[in-house]
Design a protein around this ligand. Structure first.
Ligand code: 5GP
Ligand code: ZN
Length: 111
């Protein structure tokens, strides 16, 4: 079975892109949970935060550089970054992604 976010990264499934380079894609979430809600993904398949190791940590660092750059370019100073790891934590797409949420008050702790 194919991976949804690998298909989006490859351009086989369209997305509303915010940023793209050779390693990373950022695109708006199809079901936004805040006025601004986009996802940052590595183009290579990594299952979740639980699969980060020395072989792919550079791409994860790059994802965070992209988060910083894109939020700055969008003029966003206050935002939340979330990565759900595993079913119980709410992960529904098994390809590492960072949610970037902004534009409303955020509660803590999360539900
Ligand atoms: P998770 O639940 O795994 O933390 O996050 C997956 C996210 O992907 C959800 O917020 C969901 O709305 C989003 N999503 C699922 N399918 C698609 C899609 O086809 N396109 C886009 N842009 N977002 C998607
Ligand atoms: Zn994938």
């Amino acid at each position: 079975m194919g991976c949804l976010f690998c298909s989006i990264a490859a351009g086989d499934i369209p997305s509303n892109k915010v940023y793209e380079d050779e390693k990373v894609l950022a695109f708006y979430d199809i079901a936004p949970q805040a006025p601004v809600h986009f996802l940052v993904i590595p183009k290579t398949h990594i299952q979740s935060c639980g699969a980060i190791d020395e072989s792919n940590a550079d791409i994860v660092a790059h994802c965070f550089q992209v988060i910083s750059k894109v939020t700055r370019e969008l003029g966003i100073s206050d935002f939340r970054v979330v990565s759900n790891c595993g079913q119980q934590a709410g992960q529904t797409v098994p390809h590492l992604h960072f949610h970037v949420l902004s534009g409303r008050d955020m509660t803590w702790p999360p539900g």
